[in-house]
Write a new protein. Structure first.
Length: 585
């Protein structure tokens, strides 16, 4: 904090520290130098420099998952418009991240008015950044003077924390360093008003569906984690005593291994990419109580075929069946009231017995065979079952074949699974791991595809610089496998051919690891993977890059099932044809 005066930057930093934030991820810029200078002097919050603005945004988003709020400071225009992809993901998946930037000062704006000069990093419309961020934030503000800045900051921050979504704070360059008053009281965050009649009607509609169902199930969503409702949910599971699942985004929202509800878990539901027995069980349910779930098109089968069976209760409203909408209701209140009802009730819900026999629990026959998606995750499941070390690691997945395979794992500890399964941005997993590592003491295991890793490989440098012990596995088949499976699944047959736009360049990953200052391992067989994991168990303080050699035509089983269900094209029914030049097509 400045020793001479208390500035607008100090005000924001004080409020962020009050909310438990200890790290701000940044890429420098001249406009935002007043804020960066204040941050360097401020006690209790560290500046974490990253290599790219997008990487810094992913890191802030990953940090927010564990700390409840994140922040990223970037240059105006070139920085803000680069970071916006990460912020859009935070908006969709309900992560409060504060974007901090600065635009031309009051003196510069006078020059602009007098000369018509186009100042650097601007489009000429000096409100364009604010306007663009309005679509992916719950508050997009420009701070033009120090007198009103504290009030605007407070209102925006309260909105971010209350709605669990990002905000954008752009100050004129001179404002971050301008003096202002200190906070007079802790930040006030009011509860959303609840319509008691609506809340009561929702409760009774849900109870009726659950009590008349032959096979009810609970589906847990990510809003449970964002609101910190895990304990309340475990109490609800005890009261209802029926099976539960989670969305992929919410996997490990409560422990899958032990504690309340462990024996009720039927696996993670990821549409057709689910474990077959999980998909079959949920598909037969005639009442699905979805708590805080975000439904993407991965869930279209459920939404179209079982829409009338759904009870969708979210932070901002509820929907029972396909038509009964409830507004001004509270997810928190609903869970408490539903629990209280069934604790008092003398009747019990129908419960269908279920035993999860995942194929990932099968024994691996040949440890010297080439690694595949299936054998990689089979061994990972076996290690998860037996290794104390792996149980304690965070598992971070991005938009890749591995995300859908990892959704089939069973036994992840509470809050140990991280993905952007709703937004689905390539590269997120590696960038996000920096924030996760600096917010959480557990070692992080990242599993990325070539395409996503290539977009965010620079994060390795920042992981090394900050002494993070993250291990990044790259499933290297040199193609965009998910993309290709939906374009033409026949490419994954022996005579198949990949579309040119789905092919990736070959990289020297060992040289890359050396350049970024991390240790390197190569996995070609199941035995290599076991050895790599053993090394990680022993060397717990160092970041690693681990290349996993996957055959180009190895199609992850979860992706095959998903792609075949969406396209109607069956891999086993592919017939390869030759053109007049003899080429396979």
């Amino acid at each position: 904090m400045s020793t001479n005066n208390f500035t607008v930057a100090d005000y924001l930093l004080t409020r962020l520290k009050e909310q438990g934030l200890e790290k701000i991820f940044q890429v420098p810029g001249d406009y935002v130098q007043e804020f960066m200078s204040a941050l360097d002097k401020f006690d209790g919050i560290d500046a974490i420099g990253d290599i790219t603005e997008l990487g810094a945004g992913y890191a802030a988003e990953g940090y927010a998952r564990y700390k409840g709020i994140g922040a990223v400071s970037v240059q105006y225009g070139v920085g803000t418009l680069s970071v916006i992809n990460a912020i859009a993901g935070a908006y969709v998946e309900r992560n409060p991240v504060v974007v901090i930037t600065a635009s031309p000062s009051i003196d510069d704006r006078k020059i602009i008015a007098d000369t018509g000069a186009l100042f650097h990093h601007s489009t000429g419309n000096y409100k364009s950044n604010q306007t663009i961020f309005e679509s992916v934030t719950v508050a997009s503000e420009i701070l033009s003077d120090s007198e009103t800045a504290p009030q605007i900051i407070d209102a925006a921050l309260a909105c971010a924390i209350k709605e669990k979504r990002p905000i954008y704070l752009e100050a004129w360059q001179n404002v971050w360093g301008a003096e202002c008053s200190t906070p007079a009281y802790p930040l006030v965050i009011t509860d959303t008003s609840v319509d008691l009649n609506m809340q009561n009607a929702l409760l009774h509609a849900a109870i009726h569906k659950l009590e008349t169902a032959q096979q009810p199930v609970i589906m847990l969503g990510i809003e449970i984690a964002r609101l910190g409702l895990q304990d309340k949910v475990e109490k609800l599971l005890t009261s209802l005593n029926i099976a539960y699942t989670t969305t992929t985004l919410a996997k490990s929202v409560i422990s899958e291994r032990s504690g309340v509800g462990h024996d009720l878990f039927v696996g993670t539901y990821a549409g057709e990419a689910s474990l077959p027995e999980t998909f079959d069980y949920v598909s037969q349910c005639d009442a699905i109580l979805a708590l805080g779930a975000i439904f993407t098109d991965d869930y279209l089968t459920m939404l179209t075929k079982q829409g009338s069976d759904l009870i969708r209760v979210n932070m901002d409203g509820a929907l029972v069946g396909n038509s009964d909408h409830f507004i001004h209701t509270s997810l928190t209140v609903f869970i408490s009231e539903l629990t209280a009802y069934f604790e008092r009730s003398t009747s019990s819900l129908n419960s269908v017995s279920f035993k999860l026999n995942t194929p990932l629990n099968t024994e691996l026959a040949d440890f010297h065979s080439q690694i595949s998606y299936e054998s990689f995750f089979t061994l990972y499941q076996q290690e998860l079952n037996g290794s104390r070390s792996l149980k304690g690691y965070n598992l971070i997945l991005g938009e890749s074949s591995s995300l859908y395979m990892a959704a089939r794992l069973i036994g992840i500890e509470k809050s140990h699974f991280v993905s952007d399964a709703a937004w689905g941005s390539l590269g997120h997993e590696t960038g996000c791991s920096l924030g996760v590592s600096l917010a959480n003491d557990n070692r992080s295991i990242v599993i990325a595809g070539d395409g996503g890793f290539m977009m965010m490989c620079q994060t390795l440098s920042t992981l090394s610089r900050n002494h993070c012990n993250t291990a990044v596995f790259v499933m290297s088949n040199e193609v965009y496998a998910i993309e290709q499976s939906f374009v033409d699944i026949c490419a994954f047959t022996p005579e198949g051919k990949f579309a040119p736009f789905d092919e990736l360049p070959s990289w020297n990953y060992e040289a890359l690891a050396q350049a970024y200052g991390v240790k390197y391992l190569n996995v070609n067989s199941v035995a290599d993977l076991q050895n790599a994991l053993n090394i990680l168990y022993e060397d717990t303080s160092t970041p690693y890059l681990i290349k996993v050699d996957i055959a180009r035509d190895d199609l992850a089983p979860a992706i095959q099932t998903l792609a075949e269900s969406v396209t109607g094209q069956k891999r086993d029914e592919c017939i390869c044809h030759k053109d007049n030049k003899g080429n396979i097509r």
